[in-house]
Design a protein around this ligand. Sequence first.
Ligand code: ZN
Length: 155
Amino acid sequence: MSETQCPCGRGDYASCCQPLHLGQAQAQSAEQLMRSRYSAFAKHEIDYIVKTTALGQQQALDVAAIAEWSKANHWLKLEVVQAQEKLDKHHAQVEFKAHYHDGKQAQVHHEISHFVKHEGAWYFLDPTTNMHITMKQPCICGSGKKFKQCCAQFL
Ligand code: ZN
């Protein structure tokens, strides 16, 4: 992979994920957000990883651990297996394989991720954060709906 190529594999970084990392553009789909988050791991754009996680989960992220994970691995390739952009009006699912080298051997991280759209922007629903929220409380995505009736079903 050349230096100018986008880590996500879709052309030049400058015209692919970089404008998103710089806040000059917004992901138009859950798949695009997913790709840009992979690229952010490869480029150590940790702020972007945080900013694109569901609003109510950002505080709970272990930013130091994310930064360490980003830097400890060599990010080889992203493979989007499938994207379902409309699970419902505000939720999407993206299945992907992130290929990386952990310093000892090549690894593949295979995941089915869920995303929520809030006020026109896509956010990642992180299934690993500790959420102190009950089913009846307002959803972590900011929708104003009860958690149970919104993102809980995708976490
Ligand atoms: Zn929600």
